[in-house]
Design a protein around this ligand. Sequence first.
Ligand SMILES: Nc1ncnc2c1ncn2[C@@H]1O[C@H](COP(=O)(O)OP(=O)(O)OP(=O)(O)O)[C@@H](O)[C@H]1O
Length: 313
Amino acid sequence: MTTLVARNIRKSYGRVRALNGVSFETEKGEMFGIIGPDGAGKTTLFRILTSLMLPDEGDVKVGGFDTAGQYQQVRNLIGYMPGRFSLYQDLSVEENLAFFATVYNTTIEENYHLIEDIYRQIEPFKDRRAGKLSGGMKQKLALCCSLIHKPEVLFLDEPTTGIDPVSRRELWEMLRKLKAQGITIIVSTPYMDEAVICDRIALIKNGEFLTVDSPANITKAFPDKLWSVQTDHRHRLMHDLHNCSFVRSSFLFGDSFHVSFTPDGSPERLENYLHVSGHTQIGIDCIEPGVEDCFLAMLKDNDQAELMQTIEG
Ligand SMILES: Nc1ncnc2c1ncn2[C@@H]1O[C@H](COP(=O)(O)OP(=O)(O)OP(=O)(O)O)[C@@H](O)[C@H]1O
């Protein structure tokens, strides 16, 4: 069953074109990831999908209701966790939750089962002001508040930005459980490693979706063989790979470079080239491409540098 249909969404702020014809659909219980660097248009898209902003062109239907003409019905169906902390800093944990429940004409008790797993972790701090919580706990509370009215479609704009790795993992685990209950989840993130958890992902760049597919299909479509290359001189290696005539692309991932060759390149040829250039402890291993490798291959040179910064940041 289709839960959301977005068609040809366009939006500009004056001369800045934030969205340039975005279309996609989601199925009930699907986890749909929107991945892209800062400024790509994610927040604008979320505001439009959640009926908080009207597009210049195009339309969105959630649960069959139009976000322009039937926004009240849409808002009853959805939960939205915006990127920046959206809770009342001066209210306690419990007061925030009670407030959101009241706004939606429900009570904490009525839908407690839906938030129980998450809320139990912050319940010991229920009297603490939201402004005094850690980043991870704030996100858990914000997630509880966006779930308290039992939404069918949950929108999360960069829920894991700025929180520690353990809380990030916990948050994704919670999303997995919510998905198992049939909730459709539309989530944005700048972190590629999180993309693989989604059923389908869209890479957004300059207000356009470059691709929409499952992580497995995206990695299957990688056009070349990929090699992980390491030597004892990482900085010189970057320079030497860049100047190598038969290296098509090279990107730094942790301690090694991911390298693909032009048709006349080979690992043997690269080993020889690096050896002659003075490198020692040369390691060249064939690897499976990840989502990041695929997205980088789709982007133009300038965009690749920008995306790598986002990934590393
Ligand atoms: N109110 C506004 N006025 C003018 N330009 C805006 C406004 N809001 C966003 N933009 C611009 O529109 C583009 C898309 O911004 P948007 O916030 O949707 O992207 P994003 O992917 O969510 O990035 P970020 O994570 O940095 O917020 C950017 O170029 C941004 O500078």
